[in-house]
Design a protein around this ligand. Structure first.
Ligand code: HEC
Length: 105
């Protein structure tokens, strides 16, 4: 009985493992908004209005005075009490900068 189902069960188990691993994959695939919600919103709020972190929304210093390069620098280095995010991929970094920009529109 089991012998007959084993190939199928092996397939199911392999599939389960893949799904489970996928579920806890590191945040490497997150981009833009998802990344912001996961890594930034706790301090800067979902809408960018700030809280623990500075206001980075409309009319803020980020909106008015920082270039894209400077925002990317802030994210990588983490000034003052902000943690740095040096392990983001270049794609993640630019998607975050674009998302931060979109918050002030
Ligand atoms: C633990 C809280 C915290 C987290 C998490 C955090 N920040 Fe910050 N952020 C701060 C603080 C505090 C400052 C002000 C730092 C300073 O200049 O002293 C700041 C500053 C900034 C600034 C510059 C503001 C300005 O006008 O000078 C930007 C842009 C920014 N954060 C974006 C982000 C992004 C994007 C993320 C997610 C990748 C993030 N932050 C995650 C707390 C945080």
């Amino acid at each position: 009985m089991w012998a007959r189902f084993w190939p199928f069960m092996r397939f199911v188990i392999a599939l389960l493992i893949l799904v489970l691993l996928g579920g806890c994959a590191p945040s490497e695939e997150l981009l833009g908004e998802d990344l912001y919600v996961r890594s930034c919103a706790a301090c800067h709020a979902l809408d960018g209005n700030g809280g623990i972190g500075l206001n980075i929304g409309p009319g803020s210093n980020t909106d008015l005075n920082l270039t894209d390069e400077q925002i990317a620098g802030v994210i990588t280095v983490g000034p003052g009490n902000m943690p740095g995010f040096p392990r983001l991929t270049p794609e993640q970094l630019s998607s975050l900068v674009a998302y931060v920009r979109s918050l002030s529109q």
